[in-house]
Design a protein around this ligand. Structure first.
Ligand code: DAT
Length: 175
């Protein structure tokens, strides 16, 4: 599958608030990869099954969103971001980055976003337990999942740099 792609596909995952969108936006600006925002795509195409009353958010219709993304993913050159990763086909991605943030910083970011009560607590807990990292390790090939620390603007910059370098290296290896 990878052989047919001239550009890699990258998954950026992690708990809400760790900086996925910020990182993807910068990557899209600095590379010729295209950012596919799963949340936005789902909203635009009504890929929802129901509304979760506890978390006050709609529940993703996974099959519908996967069908919608398939052709674009097969082309390669996509950066996908989502706060979950076990429902994407493993073959879609060449590398998976899990962003990690300490609980104080994450608490501040999510509170600013308006999260409170159970939604806030559960997301902080998810990050403390490394739930998304575990999900990624369980869902993708050994050696393809990497954790990146995303506590500060400096770390964000370093992460962008590191991924840009990885993309360049991937292209070199392809030649
Ligand atoms: P996500 O897409 O993972 O939900 P985001 O990119 O929307 O996260 O970022 C949430 C907020 O936190 C936003 O106001 C930007 C800020 N932020 C993200 N990453 C950061 C970092 N590494 N250092 C400082 N602030 C960051």
């Amino acid at each position: 599958m990878t052989e047919s792609r001239s550009l890699p596909n990258i998954l950026i995952t992690g708990t809400p608030g760790v900086g996925k969108s910020t990182l993807c936006q910068q990557l899209a600006e600095q590379t010729n990869l295209k950012w596919l925002e799963v949340g936005k795509l789902a909203k635009e195409n009504n890929c929802y099954e129901e509304f979760d009353e506890v978390y006050r958010c709609p529940v993703l219709h996974e099959d519908k969103i996967l069908d919608l993304m398939e052709d674009q993913m097969s082309e390669g050159g996509k950066i996908v971001d989502y706060h979950g990763c076990d429902f994407f086909p493993e073959r879609w991605f060449d590398i998976i980055f899990v962003l990690r943030t300490n609980n104080t910083a994450l608490f501040d970011r999510l509170s600013k976003r308006g999260y409170s009560g159970k939604k806030l607590e559960d997301n902080i807990e998810c990050e403390i337990f490394g739930t998304i990292h575990e999900e990624a390790v369980d869902s993708y090939k050994e050696g393809s999942v990497f954790e990146l620390s995303s506590n500060s603007a400096e770390e964000m910059e370093e992460n962008v740099e590191q991924i840009v370098k990885w993309i360049e290296q991937w292209k070199q290896n392809k030649i």
